[in-house]
Design a protein around this ligand. Sequence first.
Ligand SMILES: *Cc1c(COP(=O)(O)O)cnc(C)c1O
Length: 242
Amino acid sequence: MGVTKTATPAGRRAELSANLAALTERIAAACAAAGRAPGEVTLVAITKTFPASDVRLLYELGVRDVGENRDQEAAPKAAECAGLGPDLTWHFVGQLQTNKCASVVRYASVVHSVDRLRLVHALAGHARKASRVITCLVQVSLDTDPGRGGAAPAQVPEVAAAVAAEEGLLLGGVMAVAPLGIPASEAFAPLPEIAAMVREIRPEAVMISAGMSGDLEEGIAAGATHVRVGTALLGGRPAFVG
Ligand SMILES: *Cc1c(COP(=O)(O)O)cnc(C)c1O
């Protein structure tokens, strides 16, 4: 979390403000190119490795959706930001172990990385215990490497149906991360069809989370309703954090 230590609060605010303006332009341009309205795409600011003070600055700049990928970091950060406002929505976007579900359901309203039945049942049980309703996106794997998380496309309907059947969970749609090594436009190509399969289970499950700093244009072209952007908004992270 050392990246911002040298910046003054006012300097950091100006930096985030400029980055946010540029990013908003970029999203608008991508929407225009795809024949979509900019209001169709929600920016989820991925604040991993950055301090709660940055979440506060982003909130003051109008950002209402923030995302994290590790519970150990997200839980205390969300607690620190609890006073910001009830309209601040936390998204959990990283691979999730069942033993973290009890913690994640306390602060996250949306989990983007639901990819297996065991996780569905664990999330649902803890959501009910906490009297919370968690919106779940089924993460689909767009490559053949199972280590990176995500359900194979053929398994997506089964996972989605399991989410839809659980009290305490709301089926929101799908999420994908473009695999390295192939162009993102190619990687995201199957996504609209997979998203349509999920809408057959629940017509209101219209969320498509796709696109990051390097490929948000491709995500928006593939129908993304949510882009998850870290680096382009907050700056570089130490490489080992992912
Ligand atoms: C870190 C992360 C992002 C943001 O990546 P950037 O390239 O920094 O924009 C998006 N999605 C997930 C799942 C992440 O872990």
